[in-house]
Ligand binder design. Structure first.
Ligand code: ARG
Length: 635
């Protein structure tokens, strides 16, 4: 049962007579901010005072007198200028917890309004190393999918991979000119990665022209500030070119030399960049040779991705990448033109928005379709195939403008009954607070990152549990390492950037995955030590005693799972759940340190406390499971 909703419903019934607007305020029910205010508080009287032109205390009084909070809360009072404090009835709480013992859903009721969600997540660009941004999307998207499904929604997981981009031009160019036959036979994925990196490195300086010109300009002025900026640009590019190492001192004479060398590189890179661009263009035009190469590369790229997903225990219903939508793009543009939604402007096809806002280009003047065109075709396809109520895009916040535009075009196009949501997230930063890179320029892939997490977890497990078998320790380390990585990500408010830190991530104390997994394993060990079969608690649930405040506090948290989960899915915020689980583990810890469990004074108290232990373990397991994190029985 969702207690917050239950209370809000009771308040709503009282307010309904004042009309829908007023009744809407009934949702202002919160867990009490402080214990002395009771367990829940209803905060709508003050904001309603203005609307109803009444004294807030009088409104609060009216709610207290008329709302039916029984049998959940008996003690209901008005406090201060118009707060309403609710205290849960101990008898009710104890009975309710008892029913949870045999309830696999721990009180979380399936939704009464099941909807269909398409979740577009992970969506890496294949054939180049997946980066941590895609890891973030993968982890957050998977958690949302699990939570929504748990509520009984229909969830379609679609991996919208970038399998049609310019990286293929580079690989095709590399394949045609620099292929190492033997390496390709031995390990095609590694060879493709090498070719991509090689050509990318060769072609990259072609993009520096603008920056170099700017540096050149600023350097010859007499503004010292601008001179410094010029120096920064040059040093930064020289670093990228491998001409100087980070932190190296660069003299003014050297700066001239570097500049000359950088210009040389730009000139050298231009023909490579152009050739790669042409290979991409040929692929897109249907050139048979390039098409065949693309078809040769794709299965290897997909297999590589699949390895990572399997380790993360993330699965998709569909992997329909950009290439899949190519045959539909022309029609999309024609339809939008015919309906007058798009117009031709300077040779390009655009959709315009309000004055001053950039237009959405759906066909460039050279005839090329864009990322937006593909996303529009994807929407049409998804609506026709899956009839979704919601389409969620779990993508980096830097693509906000793109999605804002695409959603708006889609609505004008007639897809206005689907709810589009960009589930944006911040950047993963390194210790230096700059975008996190997996070692120098991303040459170490995501797999190495997972290995590192597991390796570090293994060191912890070896130390804490030397008595376990090799195989057991291996499995635990995998669960703890991958769990740590996921939890670190999910426990952040997704909209903010977060700093990647191995030490924090794998700490055994604090708000970490390892701490929660450990809390779970510790409870399981209580049952092993006491030789208690938790099944007994399920088949004949004992009476639950809440005589001390640590017990009652734990009980109060245990009944909050449904409301926390509901909010996490309503706002698409997995960190509501991690915060809750962390608070639960901490509260349990206080309970366990103050209340004897196995050596409780009476048998009745012993089983009651064991029941609280059991419910805590089950809540941790269910909660972490919904985040895609496993809970080993021992640690
Ligand atoms: N492949 C894109 C990228 O790496 C993300 C795709 C997100 N999904 C979408 N439908 N646009 O930036």
């Amino acid at each position: 049962m969702n207690l917050r909703n239950r209370f809000a419903e009771a308040v709503r019934k009282v307010l309904e007579k004042y009309g829908e607007e007023v009744a809407g305020y009934a949702t202002l029910v919160r867990p009490a901010s402080e214990e002395r205010f009771g367990d829940y508080q209803v905060n709508c009287a003050m904001p309603l005072a203005k609307l109803l032109r009444k004294n807030p205390r009088a409104i609060a009084q009216e709610i207290v007198e008329q709302a039916d909070f029984a049998p959940l809360a008996e003690d209901v009072s008005v406090a201060g200028p118009g707060f309403i404090n609710l205290r849960l009835s101990d008898a009710w709480l104890s009975d309710y917890l008892r029913t949870l013992l045999a309830d696999d859903r721990l009180g979380v009721e399936p939704t009464t309004q099941p909807a269909t969600y398409v979740i577009d997540f992970s969506s890496p660009n294949v054939a180049k190393p997946m980066h941590v941004g895609h890891l973030r999307s993968t982890i957050i998207g998977d958690a949302l999918a699990r939570m929504l499904r748990f509520f009984g929604h229909k969830v379609i997981r679609d991996n919208h991979i970038g399998d049609w981009g310019t990286q293929f031009g580079m690989i095709i160019y590399g394949y045609k000119h620099f292929l190492d036959q033997q390496a390709w036979q031995r390990d095609p994925v590694a060879e493709l990665a090498r070719l991509y990196q090689l050509v990318n490195r060769m072609a990259a300086p072609a993009e520096w022209e603008e920056e170099l010109s700017k540096a050149e300009r600023l350097r010859h002025g007499d503004n010292p500030e601008q001179k410094r900026t010029a120096r920064q640009i040059i040093v930064e590019l020289a670093q990228r070119a491998g001409l100087v190492t980070a932190g190296e001192q660069v003299s003014d004479e050297q700066l001239d030399e570097l500049l000359r060398e950088l210009w040389r590189r730009v000139e050298e890179a231009k023909p490579v960049a152009e050739a790669a661009r042409q290979e991409t263009a040929r692929l897109h035009q249907g050139d048979p040779e390039n098409r065949k190469l693309w078809e040769t590369f794709m299965p290897h790229c997909l297999r590589e991705l699949e390895k990572i997903y399997r380790r993360l225990d993330v699965h998709f219903d569909y992997t329909l990448g950009e290439s899949f939508y190519q045959p539909m793009l022309q029609e999309v543009v024609e339809e939008l033109l015919a309906k007058g939604i798009a117009t031709v402007s300077e040779g390009a096809v655009c959709v315009f928005f309000a004055e001053g806002e950039p237009p959405c280009i759906i066909r460039k003047s050279d005839g090329a379709y864009t990322y937006a065109t593909t996303d529009l075709a994807t929407i049409k396809y998804r609506v026709e195939q899956f009839a979704p109520d919601y389409i969620l895009y779990v993508v980096d916040y830097r693509q906000s403008l793109h999605f804002k535009q695409v959603f708006e075009v889609a609505r004008r196009w007639g897809y206005d009954r689907v709810c589009f949501e960009h589930i944006a997230f911040g950047t993963v930063l390194g210790k230096d607070r700059r975008p996190f890179r997996t070692r120098e320029g991303g040459t170490v892939g995501l797999e190495a990152l997972l290995d590192e997490a597991v390796r570090r977890a293994r060191a912890i497990v070896d130390e804490s549990s030397p008595h376990l078998s090799e195989e057991e320790r291996r499995q635990i380390a995998e669960a703890v390492g991958i769990g740590a990585l996921k939890y670190a990500d999910l426990s952040q408010n997704r909209t903010s950037d977060y700093v990647f830190s191995w030490e924090k991530m794998l700490a055994m104390q604090g708000n970490t995955g390892a701490y929660l997994q450990y809390a779970y394993a510790r409870i399981r060990s209580i049952f092993r030590k006491g030789e208690v079969d938790p099944e007994r608690l399920r088949s004949s649930p004992p009476r639950i005693l809440l005589s001390t405040s640590p017990e009652r506090r734990l009980a109060l948290l245990l009944v909050r799972l449904p409301e926390v989960l509901q909010q996490a899915v309503d706002d698409y915020m997995p960190h509501y759940l991690t915060n809750y689980l962390y608070e639960l583990a901490e509260t349990f810890s206080t309970f366990y340190n103050t209340c004897d469990v196995l050596r409780a004074e009476s048998d009745e108290l012993r089983v009651s406390r064991l029941a609280l232990c059991y419910l805590t373990a089950q809540t941790l397991k269910l909660g972490l499971g919904l985040l895609g994190i496993r809970t080993p029985e021992r640690m």
